[in-house]
Every structure is written in structure tokens, then in C-alpha cells.
Design a protein. Sequence first.
Length: 149
Amino acid sequence: MVHSDIVKKIKYESHHVKIMGASNDFSRFDLKIPNPKNQDSVKSATTQIWKNLVKDREYQHGHGGYTGTFAEKDDVVIAYFPTLSNDEIVVFSENVMFEEGEPPKALMNKARLDSESLLKMKEVFSSKYGPALGITNGSYVEFMGMCSS
């Protein structure tokens, strides 16, 4: 289990959907950052949680490679949307992982996200050899990515 003084409560979910030599790994965390609107604090906190999460996956699944977990990922790209609620972060995450097209237009506008940026997020998520994707609003973060298996 990931331990950190910046994690308030851990909600762990793991999706292992195999698709052509890759599995989808996924985790959610509530954060306790003194100022969730400070982008530097959010980046630092989510990066630390990410590092702990990778260590946890390595401990649980080994270091031998092809685990289908975040143990295969060297880095994470963090997408920060301070204007979104936790529920809206979940909608975005589910769209990036499972759906074609875009989330509702009102949500795209609230996030100040254009179609090209959403496509780039989906590309980061779907690359089994590239970094993972973290989507956060500063008080909640979801990590996701296709991982080599």
C-alpha cells in the first residue's frame, strides 16, 4: 500500500484489461495539500505519490518486466485542472481510458481543454512504453496508463 503524509485516504482500484500485450493500470487518491490551487505544490505532491505507487507495484508484481502495472512506467505526465470537481475528474479519466470522442462540451470548457489537448492525453494513456497519465484538481488524483505485459 502506498504511504505518504500527503495522502488523506487511498481508494485503490486496479483495472487489468489486456489489449495486445498491454494492461490498463489505474489508481485513485484523495490528497491533502495545504493549497490545492498552488500548481507547484500539486505537482510535487502528485509526483511523490506516483513514485510511491511505482515502488508499491514493483513490490507487489516484481521487477522482472512485463508486469502490466505501473512498475513498467518510468515517468508520469500530470494534467492539472483546478477548476474541476473530483466527480468531473472521474468523468475525464473515464473518457480518456474507455471512450471515443470527447466528454461533454460544458466540461471541456470548464477545464479549458481543447480537442487537440484531449487527444494528446489519450495518446499518453495508450502508450504502453511511454509515461503514465495523472489527472488532478489538487485535491484528488487519478493515475492511469497502458503498461507492457
